[in-house]
Design a protein around this ligand. Structure first.
Ligand code: CS2
Ligand code: MG
Length: 402
């Protein structure tokens, strides 16, 4: 029987920080897992290196479900982003290995294709409406069928989602960047630029918007109602989701579809949202919600309630979890859309991925496993650089949800 012989944790910053787990079996088969938790990377690296790696050595890599139960129940302290990201990385690496041993791309182990390609959306943004419209045009010219739109709120300064470089990267400072927030200014301005996008480009593509946890339920209800004419594909994270019941109030006031889940890390964290049909898309991911094994459970529960998938796919999710996401997305029956922001060139020097983009869709690699390789020699050229996500403060100085 093949056993787990080695488990290595790599922390490197090729363009941004990624934590990557590589498991190697006694037969020399390797598997990769993404363990990146933006702004708290070393917590997961230590959880893996100091607490999980000693448990993996000698175990049977084929027993993926058993390993998941062993690491989840064996922790005693359950759930939460650090624990679940570490478990996700182990799980994803074992699926990569299983695919390689079987000689099949992972999606074939998940039931094969349900669709020809995975529709994706990317991030258009601007410091004002004209620059936002130019950026939307750019993504439509690249063939995207779906585009997210975010713009800076005039006179308030930094606002969530406005790109500075080639890809949007919010973790850009060595201490948290404190950004001003004014809910009323946002509520007045954001609907106007979403209307402007529709006025310029029409309704022949999907338009998305991320509220990023910033509103109270009644403010979110007001916003959702106001933007109904823009026919959004979804309004994302309208209000913090710890209180899942809060979404019922939003639901009562607007038909704008709701998407939640990128910061949620288990089926129990989205159970009420799904079973009460309080959301339309669930955004949980391979890297933060328990790997392929657990994400399938979440998506199968969602399918029972006509909730579709819409996994998070920002730059802080590595090419490893993006590839795993595409393998799931191509197979699940209730796929909705996949976020795809791409990565900077330095990232591609370390991660070789077989995922391809064409005609507004991503396509999985046909190689056995996930179809991603990690070049640790190249990674040595990009030593770890600590970065923090911003903190939002209201105009009175109190902390707000960033
Ligand atoms: C955002 C992310 O892509 C999204 O929907 O919510 O950019 C998020 O802010 C980052 O992934 C946080 O690390
Ligand atoms: Mg988001």
């Amino acid at each position: 029987m093949s056993t787990i012989e080695r488990a290595e944790v790599f922390v490197a910053s090729p363009g941004r920080t990624f934590v990557t787990l590589r498991i190697t079996t006694s037969d020399g088969v390797t598997g990769l897992g993404d363990a990146t938790l933006n702004g708290r990377e070393l917590a997961v690296a230590s959880y893996l290196q100091d607490h999980l790696v000693p448990l993996l050595i000698g175990k049977d890599p084929a027993r993926i479900e058993d390993m998941w139960q062993y690491l989840y129940k064996g922790a005693y302290w359950r759930r939460g982003p650090v624990t679940m990201t570490a478990i996700s990385a182990v799980d994803t690496a074992l699926w990569d290995i299983k695919g390689k041993v079987a000689g099949l791309p992972v999606y074939q182990l998940l039931g094969g294709r349900s669709r020809d390609g995975v529709m994706v959306y990317s991030h258009a943004s601007g410091t004002d409406v004209p620059s936002l419209l130019d950026d939307v045009q750019r993504y439509l010219d690249l063939g995207y069928k779906a585009v997210r739109a975010q713009a800076a709120v005039p006179d308030v300064g930094g606002t969530y989602g406005v790109r500075k470089g080639t890809v949007y990267e919010p973790a850009a400072s060595t201490l948290p960047d404190e950004q001003p927030w004014d809910t009323e200014a946002y509520l007045r301005f954001a609907p106007t630029y979403l209307d402007a996008v529709r006025e310029r480009f029409g309704f022949g593509f999907h338009l998305l918007h991320d509220v990023h946890h910033r509103l109270t339920p009644i403010e979110a209800a007001r916003f959702g109602k106001r933007v109904e004419d823009a026919q959004l594909f979804w309004m994302e994270d309208p209000t913090p989701a710890e209180n899942q019941e809060a979404f019922r109030l939003i639901r009562q006031h607007t038909t704008t579809p709701l998407a939640v889940g990128e910061v949620l890390t288990s089926i129990w964290d989205v159970q009420h949202l799904i079973t009460e049909q309080l959301i339309d898309y669930v955004r949980t991911t391979v890297v933060h919600a328990g790997g392929i094994t657990h994400l399938r459970r979440i998506f199968d529960l969602a399918a029972l309630y006509q909730v579709r998938t819409g996994s998070h796919g920002a730059t802080d999710l590595s090419p490893v979890s993006l590839a795993a996401a595409v393998h799931i997305d191509i197979a699940v029956p209730n796929f909705g859309i996949q976020e795809y922001m791409g990565h900077v060139d330095e990232t591609a020097e370390v991660f070789r991925s077989g995922v391809t983009f064409a005609d507004g869709m991503l396509h999985p690699c046909e190689e056995p496993g996930l179809g991603v390789e990690y070049d640790e020699k190249a990674a040595e050229r990009f030593p770890y650089e600590p970065r923090y996500l911003p903190v939002a403060r209201r105009l009175d100085g109190s902390v707000h949800d960033w």
